[in-house]
Design a protein around this ligand. Structure first.
Ligand code: PLP
Length: 351
């Protein structure tokens, strides 16, 4: 066999997600999942679910879920697009909106799926250096470009950009779509949603995976001008119409309607984050200001790669990126109070 077909293959280097170990006795602080269970309303849906539904194709527009999201955020239904996780929404947005010879712009340190989608879809891109405090430099996004993606708050830094700065970027780029990836906005910072009524070129992307404790169900959505949403739907329906199954549509609707529980768990995570930050500082760590459900921390004189391995041996999983500028940092997801206490005790022992 010569595998001659290989030279015609679309070869890509895939995104590397955080580990999902099989052990159940580990403390998993490596993929920014929510430590709390999802809303109890999920149980109601599962108990009353009519299995006959599976005979039929699901609603390709996921109308029930679109309506519930529109209601929750006070927008029209034709301003909402849903996808199978925000990764699906973001990927479809890259395919739809980034179709020019000009490079798409995003920070050098950010969600590491952006350059993967750009490579996959053959979209030229240019990454823009964060400043020495790991902040996004808004002037960098005022040059000619084929589109802009900004995670706000940014990952893995956790740092938020002011809404006024986001607005300046959107206003300066009327001929590009600006995607604001708000995977963590429910844990701090101001959402760019109000800009959607004012500018036709801003798309706000959110997810159920973090603040709504539904990473396993795969639900993400975008809110934008109805022309943007129509363009997204046209691409989606040209590729695969039935992406979200009927059960997930019902689960998503039930979860987003439980506002009370949502506020309780995100409030709790913010509280635990503040405690964790003060404990890490007490142990001599430098911690970037976080508006998310994780912290990005470094301890001068301690090798982060070795600390990552040492924590792993104690069955505490965090995330370490072997990348320039951030290889001495650990990204630690905020778990329950009990989990964070165990982490702090382990760190006290190790460094
Ligand atoms: C987690 C995350 C996503 C993807 O979330 P989904 O689980 O696919 O909804 C997108 N962007 C950022 C910055 C994230 O951290």
């Amino acid at each position: 066999m010569s595998f001659e077909w290989k030279k015609r293959v679309r070869s890509v280097t895939p995104y590397t997600p955080g580990e999902q170990p099989k052990d159940t006795d580990i403390i998993k602080l490596n993929t920014n999942e929510n430590p709390y269970p999802p809303s109890q309303s999920v149980l109601g849906v599962l108990e009353s679910f009519d299995t006959e539904i599976y005979k039929k194709y699901p609603d390709p527009e996921a109308g029930l879920l679109v309506d519930a999201i529109a209601e929750c955020y006070g927008v029209e239904r034709d301003m909402v697009f849903v996808g199978v996780g925000s990764d699906d929404v973001l990927g479809m947005s890259f395919l739809t909106f980034f179709n020019s010879e000009q490079p798409v712009l995003f920070p050098d340190i950010t969600y590491s799926f952006y350059d993967v989608w750009a490579d996959l879809f053959r979209i030229p891109y240019r990454d823009k250096k964060l400043d020495d405090d790991f902040k996004i430099v808004k002037q960098d996004y005022m040059e000619e470009n084929g589109g802009i993606v900004i995670a706000n708050p940014n990952a893995p830094t956790g740092i938020v950009m002011a809404l006024s700065d986001i607005e300046e970027i959107v206003a300066a780029n009327p001929s590009s779509v600006v995607i604001v990836d708000e995977a963590y906005i429910d844990f701090g910072g101001e959402s760019a949603l109000p800009l959607v009524e004012k500018y036709d070129n801003v798309l706000v992307v959110m997810t159920f995976s973090k603040s709504r404790a539904m990473a396993g169900a795969r639900i993400g959505f975008a809110i934008g001008n109805k022309e943007l949403i129509a363009a997204l739907n046209a691409c989606k329906f040209s590729y695969n119409s039935y992406t979200m199954d009927q059960m997930t549509i019902l689960l998503g609707k039930a979860v987003i309607e439980d506002k009370e529980y949502f506020d309780i768990i995100r409030g709790k995570i913010i509280e635990t984050r503040e405690w964790t930050v003060s404990e890490l500082k007490r142990l001599g760590f430098e911690v970037l200001p976080s508006c998310t459900n994780f912290v990005f921390a470094t301890k001068p004189g301690v090798n982060a790669g070795e600390l990552f391995e040492a924590l792993k041996r104690k069955k505490i999983f965090v995330r370490h990126f072997k990348k320039p500028r951030i290889d001495q940092y650990l990204r630690i997801t905020i778990g329950t109070d009990a989990q964070m206490k165990i982490l702090i005790e382990a760190l006290e022992e190790l460094c």
